[in-house]
Design a binder for this molecule. Sequence first.
Ligand SMILES: [Zn+2]
Length: 460
Amino acid sequence: VLLSVVTSPDNAAVEAAPIPLTARCSVGPLTAPPNRPRYTVDATFDPVTGRVSGHISILFTPDQSVDEVVLRLWPNGGVRDAAAPTMRVSNMTVKRNGATSSPVSFRTENPTTVTVPVVADSDNSVTVDADFVTIARGERNDRISLTRDKQRAFVAARFGSFLPVLAWEPGVGWNRTPPTNSGAEASMTATADWDVRMSFAGDGSEGLSILASGELVEDGHWTSTAQRDWAMSIGRWNASDGSLGESTVSLGPGRRTVKVTVAVASLIRESASSYRAPVVKAIRSLSNRYGDYPWPTYTLVISPGLKGGIEYPSFVMQGPGSTGRTTTHEVAHQWFYGLVGNDQGRDPWIDEGLTTWAEARTENTLEAFVVKPIPADAKGKAGKPMAFWDVHRSSYYRGVYVQTLQALAALGDADKVDCALQSLVTAAAFRVATRTDVMRALEAEFPSARKTLKPFGLAP
Ligand SMILES: [Zn+2]
């Protein structure tokens, strides 16, 4: 995830012909883990105070024994300025296997990490219930932001990574990767199901509506299946420009249909259709390249105070003036982050590097990326975690996004790289991929991949 994808005018979008999925090079059937967590949320948003408050219930079956449950409160991380959001949880209860809930005292390990004692193994389901409050305090170039006009009246808000989430990395354990202050995302979340009710509280909600992840099943109620997070945007949308108009995109005979919704917040003088066309083109092109887009909806909201874009599964937030490559980049994240997940704090090159490759293949801009110079302090360090980029911030984009693309290009035939990425999608869809998974997929196409990637810092 990156906030400011710099749009370079030399990267003019050219439609690349999709590569046919052949028997040798194809995406297999994708299945989500059957006992994935389930989040049930019932909350309200108050546009006057910027508070989202409510209740969350998390049903979780560990795949190995645990003696605690670790929740991450990401709004408390990142740069702490006066407009930084805050989050707190309270009234926590825990139950095992549907027994009666008992109140439990939780431990705040650090501002983004809360632990709850509970003993369970893979035969047990654990339900953690809590009240939570997340407050947006002002406009920020980030996931949580609230814009007011000169009269202090509410204009628009973004809420991403704003619900308490499980830190469980299936097959590994509790993930405690620290937050980053580089305007990027450090979260690792496993694929889950979501049932979210969100309504307005207090005064001042006239004319406001909420757009969010997944499917709107009734007014104020969304569900999503096999998605690793849930996000929403609130505002008034330009009606005259086709905002909220839905396009139903068929990926082909016998393939998925995707409902695409684009909305531009009022006060932004851009048309929804200028975003809708590149979204539809990218969904089609990337589906042909890496397997069908995995969910029934794709919603894009253009809201103020944001440079570039922020991706969530089936839901993307972008800032004004981001119709170009940013739109394609965020659609590509649906495969690399959304479908094939990773720990974004530990391995930012997996989501950002592979997405930049997919973006370049879709926009036909590979050559322009290959010749970009890599700053000296980033050279050979594409595989470093966010903790490294926090102190080499100006080199992060070139060092991770561009350098990973250059490493993949160095392997040779770009079509074969896409084949390798297709096998990564098949192997790691709906899971949290590690560098071992990526290396295995690349080595199947390029036996000497390890040697080629080593100088870029992507192989041990
Ligand atoms: Zn990105």
